[in-house]
Design a protein around this ligand. Structure first.
Ligand code: NAP
Length: 536
C-alpha cells in the first residue's frame, strides 16, 4: 500500500457496489450532494433483481403502484404500470427509464464485478478491486448488493454431468429458453418455482416438479390497471405512501383484527375468502397474531389447504401440495394458476420431502432409485439470502478483519447499516434491517436517504471516518435476535434463518420489528448525532 495520509484525494468520494434499485438511488442522492461516485455492476444493465430474474412468469408480487420509487413526484406521476403485478420486462424497463431520466448511466461501470474492498487506516480510504483488474480508491464504500442476489446452486451429485440443458431461475439467459417439445424438471417450489411452473407447463412436452417443501400460494389475480384507479392512486400518492410507511411491512395491508381467535369461524373465513378473492399478499395481515398464536396460524393454514383440495382434482396430489409447515414460516408465494397446473396431463409432482434427490444422471433426475428422464433441468433453488452477496466479496476492514470472519456465527451489524471494524462502509438493506420482511423499495429509499444524510453531516462537520461502535452493534444484534425469536417463524426452516444453505448459522437475518419502529430508531440515531457510531 502506498504511503499516503488521510489528506490523500481518493479517485472517487464513493464507490457503490450494484446498480439495482438501491445502487441507482444511492448514486442519484450522492451526486445530488456533489460527490463523485462510481457504481460497479456485474450485469450489462440496471435493475438488479429485475435484471437477473428473467425466468418465465417472473413478475413482482407486491402491487407495483407501491413497489416503485417515491423520491420523485414527477417520476411516480409520469410512469405508467401496465399491470397490477408487472412482469420482469416492465420492471427492467422502469429501471432503465429511471437511469435515463436521472442520467445515471455515465457513472455506472457495467460488466464489472467487485472482488475485493480493503480499508486503509492511514488514508481513511477504501481500495476497491474489480474482476477486470481495476482498482480505485474511495472515501465511502456502499454495498447495494441486494438481499436475494447470491444464487444458491444446490450441491446435488451429478449436476455437472447432466447431458441436457441446466438453468437457474435467478440467472436466466437473456434470449430466453424454448421448452417446446421438451421434458423438463423444475427443482424447487418457492416463489420462483411457483411463478415459472405454470408457464413452463404450457410449453413443455412434460414437466416434472420436484417438491421438497409445499408452500402456501395465494392467487395473484393479476390484471391490467384501470385508468381510473391509476388516476386515483396518483392523485393520492403522498397520503397512500405515508400510510404504507406506518404499516409493519411498508405495504398498506389493512388488519382485520388483533386475533383470528377473537372472531367466529364464520367471520374469519369470510375475511380469508375476501382476501383470497382480492389476491396477493394481504392475507398475511388479516389478523395480527399469525406469528404469535399457533391456533390463529392454523386457521389460515387450513383455509388455504382447503382451497388447494378444492382446486386440485387428484386428492393425493392435493395432499402433497397442502403445506405442513406453519403459515408465514417461509415467505408467502403469489402465483397464477399454480395449483390448477397440477390438473394438467403433462405435469407430474414428485415428492422429495422424505426421499431427497439421489443424484442427477446424464439422462435426468434420480429419486429413490428411479430416473425421471428430462431434457432440461431448471433450478428454482433460491439464494444465499441477505448475507450471501456480501460474503462473496473479500471485504477487509480494520486490521484485515474480514466479513466472513466477523459473521462466522451469524451477521453482526448496527442497524443493518454499518459494522464495527468496517469504517465508512454502509450496507443498504443489510442484515439486521427490516429488508426482506418489508416492501423492498421503500426500505431501500429509507436506507439511502439515511446514508446520504449521514455523509452530508460528516462533510459539514469535517469528519472523514465513521464506524459503528462494538457495544452498539452487540446490543442491536441481541435486539434483532430477541425479536426474531419471539415469532413462530423462529420455530421453522426458512431462508429468513439461513436454513436453506448447508452450514449457514441459524440466525434471523432481517429485523422483525417492523418498518415504522425501525425507521424511527434510525431517525433518532441521526437526530442525536449518530449515536452508536464514532465519527472522527
Ligand atoms: P426459495 O424460496 O428459497 O425456494 C427454493 C426452493 O428450492 C424451495 O422449494 C427449496 O426447498 C428448494 N430447494 C433448494 N435446494 C434444494 C435441493 N438441494 N433439493 C431440492 N429442493 C431444493 O427461492 P425462490 O423461489 O427463488 O425465492 C426466494 C425469495 O425471492 C422469495 O421468498 C421472495 O422473497 C423472492 N422472490 C420474489 C418474487 C416476486 O416478487 N414475485 C419472485 C421470486 C422470488 P425447501 O423449501 O425445502 O428448502
Amino acid at each position: 500500500m502506498a504511503d499516503i495520509t488521510s489528506n490523500t484525494k481518493p479517485d472517487f468520494d464513493a464507490v457503490v457496489v450494484g446498480a439495482g434499485f438501491a445502487g441507482m438511488y444511492m448514486l442519484y442522492r450522492l451526486r445530488g450532494l456533489g460527490l463523485s461516485v462510481r457504481v460497479f455492476e456485474t450485469g450489462t444493465s440496471v435493475g438488479g433483481t429485475w435484471y437477473w430474474n428473467r425466468y418465465p412468469g417472473a413478475r413482482v408480487d407486491t402491487e407495483t403502484m407501491f413497489y416503485s420509487y417515491q423520491f420523485s413526484e414527477e417520476l411516480q406521476q409520469e410512469w405508467n404500470w401496465p399491470e397490477r403485478y408487472p412482469a420482469q420486462a416492465d420492471l427492467a424497463a422502469y429501471a432503465r427509464h429511471v437511469a435515463d431520466r436521472f442520467d445515471l448511466w455515465p457513472d455506472i461501470q457495467f460488466k464489472t464485478a467487485v472482488e475485493r474492498a480493503t480499508w486503509n487506516e492511514d488514508t481513511h480510504l477504501w481500495a476497491v478491486e474489480t474482476g477486470d483488474g481495476g482498482r480505485v480508491t474511495a472515501r465511502y464504500c456502499i454495498m447495494a448488493t441486494g438481499c436475494l442476489s447470491a444464487v444458491n446452486y444446490p450441491h446435488i451429485e451429478g449436476l455437472d454431468a447432466f447431458a441436457g440443458e441446466t438453468y437457474h431461475t435467478a440467472h436466466w439467459p437473456e434470449a430466453g429458453v424454448d421448452f417446446t417439445g421438451k421434458r423438463v424438471a423444475v427443482i424447487g417450489t418457492g416463489s420462483s418455482g411457483v411463478q415459472s411452473i405454470p408457464v413452463i407447463a404450457e410449453q413443455a412436452a412434460h414437466l416434472h416438479v420436484f417438491q421438497r417443501t409445499a408452500n402456501y400460494v395465494i392467487p395473484a389475480h393479476n390484471r391490467a390497471m384501470e385508468p381510473a384507479e391509476v388516476a386515483e392512486i396518483k392523485a393520492n400518492y403522498p397520503e397512500l405512501r405515508a400510510r404504507a410507511k406506518q404499516s409493519f411491512s411498508g405495504n398498506y395491508f389493512p388488519v382485520a383484527g388483533p386475533s383470528a381467535m377473537a372472531v367466529s369461524e364464520e367471520e374469519r373465513n369470510r375475511e380469508y375468502e375476501a382476501r383470497w378473492a382480492a389476491g396477493g399478499l394481504s392475507i398475511m395481515a388479516a389478523y395480527a397474531d399469525f406469528q404469535t398464536s399457533d391456533a390463529a396460524n392454523e386457521t389460515a393454514s387450513e383455509f388455504i389447504r382447503n382451497k388447494i383440495r378444492g382446486i386440485v382434482n387428484d386428492p393425493d396430489v392435493a395432499e402433497l401440495l397442502a403445506p405442513k409447515q406453519l403459515f408465514l414460516c417461509k415467505r408467502l408465494c403469489v402465483g397464477t394458476d399454480y395449483y390448477e397446473t397440477y390438473n394438467r396431463d403433462n405435469v407430474t409432482l414428485i415428492d422429495i420431502s422424505e426421499t431427497p434427490i439421489d443424484r442427477i444422471t446424464p439422462e435426468g433426475v434420480c429419486v429413490d432409485g428411479r430416473v425421471y428422464e428430462v431434457d432440461v433441468v431448471v433450478l428454482a433453488t433460491g439464494f444465499d439470502a441477505v448475507t450471501g452477496a456480501l460474503k462473496r466479496i473479500d471485504i477487509r476492514g480494520v486490521d484485515g478483519l474480514t466479513v466472513q470472519d466477523k459473521w462466522e456465527e451469524g451477521p453482526k451489524t448496527y442497524l443493518g447499516l454499518g459494522m464495527a471494524g468496517f469504517p465508512n462502509l454502509f450496507t443498504i438493506t443489510g442484515p439486521g434491517s427490516p429488508s426482506v420482511l418489508t416492501n423492498m423499495i421503500p426500505s431501500i429509499e429509507q436506507h439511502v436517504e439515511w446514508i446520504s444524510a449521514c455523509i452530508d453531516h460528516m462533510r459539514d462537520h469535517e469528519f472523514d471516518r465513521i464506524e459503528a461502535q462494538a457495544e452498539a452493534e452487540t446490543a442491536w444484534v441481541a435486539h434483532v435476535n430477541d425479536i426474531g425469536d419471539q415469532t413462530l417463524r423462529a420455530t421453522c426452516q426458512s431462508w429468513y434463518f439461513g436454513s436453506n444453505i448447508p452450514g449457514k448459522p441459524r440466525v434471523i437475518l432481517p429485523f422483525a420489528g417492523g418498518f415504522p419502529v425501525y425507521a424511527n430508531k434510525c431517525d433518532e440515531v441521526a437526530a442525536n448525532g449518530y449515536t452508536g457510531f464514532t465519527l472522527a
